[in-house]
Design a binder for this molecule. Structure first.
Ligand code: SAH
Length: 371
C-alpha cells in the first residue's frame, strides 16, 4: 500500500494564500514574498520581534555597539560637510530594535551641536518593532517620531541610514527560456496542499533589459521594485535640501543571475514555502542596480565597499581599543569576537557592503573619495 504523503501543517497565511490562488490563479513570487512579510493579519513583520538572539536572525548592530557608534559619527561628519544645517532630519529605514540608533546617538554626544539641530525619524511598518524601538530609545535626547513611509518625513536636510532594510523588500523572479528566447515570471501556485513554483507571463517588465551576458536556459533574474520607490522618495527630499544616505546590506556588486531568496527561522535556513508568515524571507541586494538607479535619480554615489573595509576605514580599530582599555578579560574576548565577526571577509565583512549617496554635499562622505 503506498504511503500517504504527510499532510503539511498549514499556517493561517498559507490557508489565506491558498484560497487566493484558488480564486485568482497563481500569484507572482513577488506578491507571495510581500504577503509573507507584510500581510496585515499574518505577515512576518506584523506579529513578531524577529531579531536578536531570541528571534530568527541577528544583525550587525545587535552584534556590537561599535557598529552603530561608527555610523553615528559618520552621520555627524556628513552633517559638518553639509555646512551644519539646522532642522536636520536623521532618518533610519527599518530600525529593528532601535539598537543602531541608540548607539549612534550615544556616540554623537561628542557633537552636541548636531544633537541639538536634529530630529530623528524612524520608518517602520512593524508594530512590535516600533514598541521595541520606543523602549530602547526611551530617554534619548533629540525628539523622535515614527512614520510608515519615507515620504511622510517633514522636509529638511537629511542624513539617512539603512542597515539590512533593502534585503527584506520583495523581489520579482524571472526565468529565461532558451526555447522562446524570452523571460517568464516565476509564479507561486498551490497544489496537493503544497506551494510550488510554476512559470507564467511576466507581470513586471521593468528590469528585463539586457543584463550584461546572454542568459541561458533556466537562468533566474531578480528585480526589486521597492529600491526604486525608496530612491525616488529620497530624491524628492534631496530636491529641497542637502541629503546623504548610508545603505548597508548583503548582496552582490555586479549584475548577477540566480535565485538568492532565503528563508530563515530561529537562526537556521528553511524552505521558502515552510510556514509562510512565520519565517523571515530576504534576497540579496543588487548593488549595481541600486547604484544605477541612484545615479539616475541625481545622487552622487560611492561604493559599494565591503563592510569590513568600511568599518576599518572609519575608525573601528581605534574605537575597539578604547573599549578594550576598560574591559575585563572576558569582555575583551567577547568584544574581539564580535568585531571580527563584522570585519572578517569569511564572516560578514565581504558579503555585506556599504553604499553612500549624496546630493548637495560638496565633498565625498568618509571614507570615500572621488576617483
Ligand atoms: N536595521 C535593523 C533591522 C533590520 S530587519 C538592524 O540592523 O538590526 C528589517 C527592518 O525593516 C525591520 O525593522 C522591519 O520591520 C523593517 N521593515 C521591513 N520592511 C519595511 C518597509 N517596507 N517599510 C518600513 N520598514 C520595514
Amino acid at each position: 500500500m503506498p504511503h500517504a504523503a504527510p499532510r503539511p501543517h498549514l499556517t493561517p497565511l498559507a490557508r489565506k494564500l491558498a484560497a487566493r490562488i484558488a480564486s485568482q490563479g497563481p500569484m507572482s513570487f513577488h506578491d507571495y514574498m510581500e504577503a509573507c512579510l507584510y500581510d496585515p493579519d499574518h505577515g512576518y513583520y506584523k506579529k513578531r520581534e524577529a531579531l536578536g538572539r531570541g528571534g530568527d536572525f541577528i544583525t550587525a548592530p545587535e552584534i556590537s555597539q561599535v557598529f552603530g557608534e561608527l555610523i553615528g559619527l559618520w552621520a555627524g561628519e556628513v552633517w559638518r560637510q553639509m555646512g551644519e544645517p539646522g532642522a536636520v532630519r536623521l532618518i533610519e529605514l527599518g530600525p529593528g530594535r532601535g539598537t543602531l540608533m541608540a548607539d549612534a546617538l550615544r556616540a554623537l554626544r561628542v557633537l552636541p551641536r548636531f544633537l541639538e539641530s536634529m530630529t530623528v525619524h524612524l520608518i517602520e511598518t512593524s508594530e512590535p518593532l516600533r514598541n521595541a524601538q520606543r523602549a530602547t530609545l526611551a530617554g534619548t535626547v533629540p525628539p523622535i517620531s515614527w512614520h510608515g513611509r519615507l515620504s511622510d518625513v517633514p522636509e529638511g536636510p537629511s542624513v539617512l541610514i539603512a542597515n539590512e532594510f533593502f534585503d527584506c523588500l520583495p523581489v520579482h523572479q524571472f526565468v529565461f527560456s532558451a526555447a522562446t528566447q524570452d523571460w517568464r515570471e516565476r509564479m507561486v501556485t498551490f497544489e496537493e496542499r503544497t506551494f510550488e513554483i510554476v512559470s507564467g507571463p511576466v507581470t513586471n517588465q521593468v528590469r528585463l533589459s539586457p543584463h550584461g551576458s546572454v542568459p541561458g536556459d533556466g537562468d533566474i533574474l531578480e528585480f526589486r521594485p521597492g529600491v526604486e520607490e525608496a530612491l525616488s522618495a529620497f530624491a524628492a527630499r534631496a530636491e529641497r535640501g542637502p541629503a546623504a544616505a548610508l545603505l548597508i546590506d548583503y548582496g552582490y556588486s555586479r549584475p548577477s543571475l540566480g535565485d538568492t531568496v532565503q528563508a530563515v527561522k530561529q537562526h537556521h535556513f528553511t524552505g521558502i514555502f515552510d510556514a509562510p508568515g512565520e519565517t523571515d524571507l530576504t534576497a540579496h541586494v543588487d548593488f549595481s542596480h541600486l547604484d544605477a538607479r541612484a545615479a539616475a535619480a541625481g545622487f552622487e554615489t560611492f561604493g559599494p565597499m565591503p563592510m569590513g573595509e568600511w568599518l576599518l576605514r572609519v575608525g573601528l580599530e581605534a574605537r575597539t581599543q578604547q573599549l578594550l582599555a576598560s574591559a575585563s578579560e572576558e569582555e575583551a574576548r567577547g568584544l574581539i569576537g564580535q568585531v571580527s565577526r563584522l570585519v572578517d571577509p569569511a564572516q560578514m565583512g565581504a558579503l555585506f557592503k556599504v553604499v553612500a549617496l549624496t546630493r548637495g554635499v560638496p565633498v565625498p562622505p568618509p571614507p570615500f573619495s572621488r576617483e
